[in-house]
Design a protein around this ligand. Structure first.
Ligand code: GLU
Length: 546
């Protein structure tokens, strides 16, 4: 039985890498009948934002990754926000100090830079020089009073190599020269990530730690700390990286980088306006453009919307906004560095839970194949439960402030998604249905469709429209079936195919040749608007013919 956790540092939206770590940890817990914990690692006071934590929670819920213990639901090992666990960490730091397994240091960041440079000059890897005699509590107190930074370092045992037995990489050996006494308490009194993660994983009974390979180099230190505190060493699995279409590591930076390039290519960007749209000072925008800083995700999103830049989707919410559904995301993300051992790629969450197995995690980098994701989305839109799909569509419309939302109730939304099971994304459903909801006098016409369907075909669409109008005007009920029999009646009377009726009607009421089935489209738009739109088209496009 595995107890796993996802421990994000809430510094921005949940991105694909984080979603994968969460998903694999969750799958392992579900598969083994264990427990999945969500813990928020918010000990970096400078970088945290409360909104980011809220967003991470929302994104996990949207993906369907529910936790058994954690924020909002609590549990026996809480609190689950590290910033609320300082007393616990202090107790362990105290113990290490008392047992002489840790010691105070008073170096400024400048001192540390100098030490590192000196080591580099000698071509040695930096290793902190542990003092012969450890400073006492009163030394630390004096240093604080003199305004010096007081930190605590852990004594790393360097008498033998440390072996990390990784479930993906096998045994990875770290030589003593690669290890150095590291900080466990910062000058602001907060623990470092290293101390907090080790204490929390032990107290929360975590048995399996799945995390990105960038953390592998931290693990020997964590294992030594676990031993020093008498904790059991959990099992580790460090996951390989995901490569993006541009060949580099799939990274959150792709969005701000794309935005920067976009603004730089604008002929005359109004920087004041752009900064205001992002809610930042002009100076901050300039620093961003000069590659000196990166604003928060939300600022990047606001600016991108303002300047009309399309940024690559990286964060979970980006995919949601583009019209992907969670079933597809979960299925796709599950195959980034894992395989089920069969040819089958399209899987439901239940199938993933039953097939998931740590031994099939791969050491090789995975490729973030956006075409494949689109194909997965198409499959899942086609098969997912209608009520769920309706819910996703509604959320999609909300996120995008779609004009459809205020005009459609849940029942109609359900009808729209059911009519569009073949769509690749929810965005496609939205755009296909948009004309239905537009105000009659705001309808825009695709000139190519007008020419081809209304003017060129034989019989021309414009000739057909009055016939269609008359038939539809005679209907009392505008139900799907009533509309269908009326339109089919015309095909019989005129001896033409359905296309000759449906297409002109579509152009007249939707402005182009794309819409859901014509019978539904007509019945949803309703009699009054349909007749009005037909009249407008007849008037507008017969004149053009003359
Ligand atoms: N807070 C760490 C991160 O976001 C967690 C690392 C871990 O899983 O141990 O990278």
């Amino acid at each position: 039985m595995a107890v796993t956790r996802f421990a994000p540092s809430p510094t921005g939206y949940l991105h694909i890498g984080g979603a994968r770590t969460a998903l694999f940890s969750w799958l392992l817990a579900r598969k083994s009948g264990g427990k999945f914990i969500l813990r928020i690692e918010d000990t970096d006071q400078k970088r945290n934002t409360a909104t980011a934590m809220g967003q991470v929670i929302k994104d996990l819920r949207w993906l369907g990754i529910e936790w058994d213990e954690g924020p909002e639901i609590g549990g026996p090992n809480g609190p689950y926000l590290q910033s609320q666990r300082l007393d616990i960490y202090n107790k362990y730091i105290r113990r290490l100090l008392d047992e002489k397994k840790a010691y105070y240091c008073f170096d400024t960041s400048q001192d540390l830079v100098q030490m590192r440079e000196a080591a580099e000059a000698k071509k040695e890897s930096f290793s902190y020089p542990r003092p012969e005699v450890f400073p006492t509590d009163s030394d630390a107190q004096n240093a604080r009073e003199q305004g010096k930074p007081v930190t605590v370092r852990f004594c790393v045992e360097r008498d033998k190599p440390v072996v990390v037995d990784d479930r993906i990489r096998g045994k990875v050996t770290f030589a003593p020269e690669e290890l150095s006494d590291f900080i466990i308490q910062k000058a602001d009194g907060y623990p470092t990530f290293h101390l907090a993660v080790v204490v929390d994983d032990a107290l929360m009974g975590v048995t399996h730690i799945l995390r990105g390979q960038e953390h592998l180099m931290n693990t020997p230190g964590h294992q030594l700390l676990q031993r020093a505190l008498g904790f059991e060493v959990p099992q580790y699995a460090h996951m390989s990286i995901t490569v993006s279409d541009n060949g580099g590591k799939l990274s959150k930076r792709e969005r701000p980088n794309t935005l920067r390039q976009f603004i730089k290519q604008m002929p005359e960007p109004n920087l004041d306006e752009i900064a205001a749209a992002g809610g930042i000072e002009l100076e901050e925008l300039e620093r961003f453009l000069a590659k000196k800083s990166v604003p928060d995700d939300t600022v990047v999103d606001k600016i991108a919307a303002h300047v009309g830049a399309e940024l690559p989707e990286i964060n979970v919410v980006d995919f949601e906004r583009s019209g992907y559904i969670p079933e597809a995301m979960v299925n796709f993300v599950s195959l980034l560095g894992w395989n089920p051992g069969t040819e089958k790629e399209i899987m439901t969450v239940d199938e993933l839970v039953s097939l998931f197995d740590l031994s099939r995690l791969s050491k090789a980098n995975s490729f973030f194949d956006r075409k494949k994701l689109l194909a997965f989305n198409t499959e899942h839109i086609n098969t997912v439960d209608a009520a769920k799909l309706t819910g996703y569509f509604k959320r999609y419309l909300e996120l995008n402030n779609s004009p459809i939302l205020p005009k459609a109730d849940d029942e109609l939304l359900k009808r729209l998604v059911e009519l569009n099971r073949g769509a690749r994304t929810l965005a496609e459903i939205e755009s296909k249905c948009m004309a239905i909801f537009i105000d009659d006098d705001k309808l825009e016409y695709d000139p190519k469709a007008v020419k081809k369907v209304l003017h060129k075909s034989d019989p021309s669409g414009i000739e057909m429209l009055p016939v269609i109008r008359e038939k539809l005007a005679g209907l009392d009920v505008f139900s799907n079936t009533a509309v269908e029999s009326a339109l089919r009646g015309i095909t019989d009377e005129k001896g033409v195919g359905l296309g000759k009726v449906a297409q002109p009607l579509r152009v007249a009421i939707c402005g182009g040749t794309i819409s859901p089935t014509i019978f539904d489209t007509v019945s949803i738009i309703g009699k009054e608007s349909v007749l009005k739109r037909i009249d407008t088209a007849i008037e507008k496009f017969s004149k053009e013919l003359q």
